[in-house]
Structures are given as C-alpha cells and as structure tokens.
Design a protein around this ligand. Sequence first.
Ligand code: ZN
Length: 118
Amino acid sequence: MSQEERPPSWQQRSQDVDQAMQEWRRTHPQATLAEIERAVDEQMNQLRARMIEEVAHTSPPEQAAGQRQPVKCPQCGNRMQGRGKRQRRLQTQGGQEVTLTREYQSCPQCGYSFFPPR
Ligand SMILES: [Zn+2]
C-alpha cells in the first residue's frame, strides 16, 4: 500500500465524528440525553468497525513474510493452494458490519479448505 492509498488518519476520523456530532446537535436541539447517547454510540460504532477492519488487515512484517511460505494442510500435511481472495462479513458488537479479505486456501489432496485466521 503506497502513501497515497492510505486511509484517513484516526485523528482525521475522530475529527469527522466530532463534526458529525456537532452537526447532529444543531439539527437536534431538543434531544434528550438518551438520544444524544444513541447518536454518539452510532458514530462510535462506525468508527470502531472501521478500526477493527484496518487492524485485522494489518499484518506484522514477519507474518507478511510467512504468508509467502506454502501453507500446509492441517488434515493431511499436503501443500495448500491459494484460491484467491474472498471476503468475509462479520458483525461487531456495536452491530456494524466489518469486511475482511482473506486468501482462501484449499488442499488438492483431500479437499480440505479454510480461511487462515489472519
Ligand atoms: Zn489435505
């Protein structure tokens, strides 16, 4: 990933949340504390989901190097083959959706297939 393709910094994102909340407050001047809390939660859950996605996609350097090594089948020990990247959709505790991209691996010997956890 080059510098230009980097996602917005977390500082920028928290500023965006702050701005979104100020805007929300302007349009909800009569909001109760509970309503404010829900609106803040909604913003924070979105931010949280993006952070989970990004952290999950960030591999430590030693792990990135390890991914170039052939993956062994946990069933028969044969060499696994990459079947291309697949997307997994997961729900976070905040009810937001997180999409993870993983190289799907399958074994030509016994047919076992799995998504590596990282
Ligand atoms: Zn196998």
